[in-house]
Design a protein around this ligand. Sequence first.
Ligand SMILES: Cc1cc2nc3c(=O)[nH]c(=O)nc-3n(C[C@H](O)[C@H](O)[C@H](O)COP(=O)(O)OP(=O)(O)OC[C@H]3O[C@@H](n4cnc5c(N)ncnc54)[C@H](O)[C@@H]3O)c2cc1C
Ligand SMILES: *[C@@H]1O[C@H](CO)[C@@H](O)[C@H](O)[C@H]1NC(C)=O
Ligand SMILES: *[C@@H]1O[C@H](CO)[C@@H](O)[C@H](O)[C@H]1NC(C)=O
Ligand SMILES: *[C@@H]1O[C@H](CO)[C@@H](O)[C@H](O)[C@H]1NC(C)=O
Ligand SMILES: *[C@@H]1O[C@H](CO)[C@@H](O)[C@H](O)[C@H]1NC(C)=O
Ligand SMILES: *[C@@H]1O[C@H](CO)[C@@H](O)[C@H](O)[C@H]1NC(C)=O
Ligand SMILES: *[C@@H]1O[C@H](CO)[C@@H](O)[C@H](O)[C@H]1NC(C)=O
Length: 489
Amino acid sequence: MATIALYLSLLFALLYTLPSSAQDLPQTPATATYDYVVVGCGIAGLVTSMRLSEDENVSVVCLEAGPFDHYEDSIQIPQFIGRDIGSIYDWNITTTLQTQLDGATRPIPLGRAVGGGSIINGMVWNRGNQDDYNSWQSLGNPGWAWDDLLPYFKKSETFTPIFYEGVAQQPVTFVPDVHGRDGPVSVSYPNYYWPQTDNWFRALNQLGVATVYDPDEGTAAGGYFLASDIQPNNQTRSDARRTYYDPFLGRRNYNVFQNSHVTRILFDNQRQQNDHVSLHATGVEYAADAASPRQTVLARREVILAAGAIHTPQLLQLSGVGPSALLNSLNIPVAQDLPGVGRNLQDHCLVYVNYPCKSNTPFGQSQCLMSNTDQNQSLTTPNECNTNTTFNNEAANEYRTSKTGPWTGMPSSGVAFPSLQQIMPQIPPATSEDLVNLLSAAQGRENWTAYLPSTYDASLRLGYEVQLSTLLPRLSQNITPAWEQAELS
Ligand SMILES: Cc1cc2nc3c(=O)[nH]c(=O)nc-3n(C[C@H](O)[C@H](O)[C@H](O)COP(=O)(O)OP(=O)(O)OC[C@H]3O[C@@H](n4cnc5c(N)ncnc54)[C@H](O)[C@@H]3O)c2cc1C
Ligand SMILES: *[C@@H]1O[C@H](CO)[C@@H](O)[C@H](O)[C@H]1NC(C)=O
Ligand SMILES: *[C@@H]1O[C@H](CO)[C@@H](O)[C@H](O)[C@H]1NC(C)=O
Ligand SMILES: *[C@@H]1O[C@H](CO)[C@@H](O)[C@H](O)[C@H]1NC(C)=O
Ligand SMILES: *[C@@H]1O[C@H](CO)[C@@H](O)[C@H](O)[C@H]1NC(C)=O
Ligand SMILES: *[C@@H]1O[C@H](CO)[C@@H](O)[C@H](O)[C@H]1NC(C)=O
Ligand SMILES: *[C@@H]1O[C@H](CO)[C@@H](O)[C@H](O)[C@H]1NC(C)=O
């Protein structure tokens, strides 16, 4: 372990002293004009910038609050997934105090680097269900249905179905038609299969959660063996920076500025047409940090916001676009009163429930749902990397020399997105009528608005009602995933 730590810190120190690309050099003129100014160089920002700059006559700048990474192991090697949560590549923000939980805050990890969330995320390559996208379209967004998006999903990936031989018995299969063959992101599988993953799928099956095959088809709920965004040849992360930026360093019309936190969108005079306020974005202000002078960059054509689900509405509010009462309370001049900006955030929560199933744990066997005969003391779990130095050293060596073994897959590629129907029968004597009742209760019928903050505008309440009436009938279908269940160490 000491040797690895030394090796890693030397490598880190060495990499840290090297500029990671030409973009690390000072290059920003005080005011510059581009055709497109993209705010935030995460997944959406880099994809948009790369695609727009395919036209050599169009100039694009993407402004990113965070830095370029330095190709650290913690980013590139799957074994280290999770390690950069709370690092220099995380915004480190938290929720407000949660009165309905225990009064405390909870962390909200968010990538802050060129590449955004794809630098620190779990590398799970999955799509939503067809029905989700079809609902987007039916809510008034033509062009966003599954059939419209599938060509773009395929365009983003080079799917390489190479399976570790130890996985031969396992539920790994794929539907060729829904995968791409020559897109920027490498999508494949880890070169290892944790033995516990068999048990995990067996346990799901016993609970009534079926194992389903290619989740990227978007038609089923259940347990999946998912692909990762991983380079199959060397088992490293295939993130947005390494796929939509690094290969295009030679494009002079594609610029990325790191350490450039956008503080305000600049608008020209409001134009009134039939009482309608129309704002026209002309550029943005940005700065390296709170103490640095603000700089300006102008857009000939468009300013494109891609700062993520939390910071895009924040930036709009700081620029005067948002609920007027809120903006007034903060002395921000109102450019446009838009009650929905920064409201109704819905996130994907993560709850860990760990039952160690080895007899030498402090919990003892009685805590374990398996019978004694099912217990397999020789089963290797991902936790072995943290608790057994010999095992971890061997795994590190195997990874460095042959790009195989436990370091290629952490914690595992088993993920479940069960439907409510799959889970409900486990609460006897549940029936489909119980499911209907559950969903009606969720809607709260006439009283559901009581659960929304009193400051919410009527238009928001209406939107929430439409959302519920779209979502709840779908949650009663067996093909609709209701939440994520992951296999951990
Ligand atoms: C810990 C973690 C694990 C995850 N695991 C998975 C997974 O396994 N599979 C999966 O599919 N998804 C996963 N996700 C979610 C996925 O990474 C996000 O959905 C995705 O990154 C969102 O892309 P985006 O472009 O909208 O935003 P982001 O990728 O977050 O990009 C937004 C960018 O804008 C920058 N920015 C913000 N404000 C400003 C500003 N004012 N000025 C300039 N720049 C700004 C940010 O620094 C960031 O780089 C995970 C996310 C996290 C955090
Ligand atoms: C870019 O502009 C040049 C000169 O006007 C033109 O010849 C060329 O075709 C243009 N390229 C594209 C991709 O439009
Ligand atoms: C997040 O916290 C870590 C650990 O304290 C720190 O190193 C990092 O700089 C923080 N990130 C930001 C964006 O402040
Ligand atoms: C992994 O392989 C890809 C594709 O060949 C290459 O671009 C990348 O530099 C390699 N990464 C590492 C860390 O070896
Ligand atoms: C225990 O696990 C090992 C390794 O995966 C396997 O070879 C063996 O058959 C398992 N034993 C039982 C009783 O399941
Ligand atoms: C630690 O890992 C080594 C190598 O895989 C193995 O031989 C040994 O039994 C493990 N030790 C424990 C305590 O599990
Ligand atoms: C709705 O709220 C009213 C007033 O608080 C209450 O009397 C009624 O029972 C509630 N209805 C439901 C279905 O919860």
